[in-house]
Structure formats: C-alpha cells, structure tokens
Design a protein around this ligand. Structure first.
Ligand SMILES: [Zn+2]
Length: 56
C-alpha cells in the first residue's frame, strides 16, 4: 500500500539547489532558486524531473 503524504527531497538538475517537494504534486513544481521544473503531475503522482536525494 502506498503511503499518503510522502515528501521527496530533490536536487535541482540545473542549479543543484535542494528542495523538498510533495510526492503527489497536482501542479508543476518549480525550483525556488532558478525556476526550473522539478516535477510534473502525472496521474495523481508527481513525475520527478530532477535528481531524487531522499524520500522522507
Ligand atoms: Zn534550480
């Protein structure tokens, strides 16, 4: 069973900034530092476009 409310720490592939995002984002998640797209919504799950550092 999938856990609800899973957070993922990702590294921006552009500026290497570390950011914690919600694993089930329903909107595009952008890097706070450089505005690169970190995750896009895909069927209830976020599709991660950056490097996953850690699942919280
Ligand atoms: Zn960035």
């Amino acid at each position: 069973m999938e856990r609800k409310g899973k957070f993922i720490r990702v590294n921006c592939s552009k500026c290497k900034a570390s950011q914690t995002i919600f694993g089930k984002a329903s909107t595009k998640v952008r890097c706070l530092a450089c505005n690169a797209v970190l995750a896009i919504p895909a069927g209830g799950k976020a599709k991660i476009r950056s490097r996953v550092e850690e699942v919280l």
